[in-house]
Design a protein around this ligand. Structure first.
Ligand SMILES: [Zn+2]
Length: 44
């Protein structure tokens, strides 16, 4: 049986973006320090 995605993310350790302080969920791109928003800003 699949885990409820919400429960799955709640079990993961919280990470905080050093740029905006937003809590992020650990993802495949966890080697990146900033959240998606800040990373997108950098691309501009
Ligand atoms: Zn950020």
């Amino acid at each position: 049986m699949l885990m409820n995605p919400v429960e799955f993310f709640r079990t993961l350790p919280k990470k905080e973006c050093p740029e905006c302080g937003q809590h992020m969920v650990e993802q495949a791109e966890s080697y990146l320090m900033e959240c998606d928003r800040c990373l997108a800003k950098r691309e501009e």
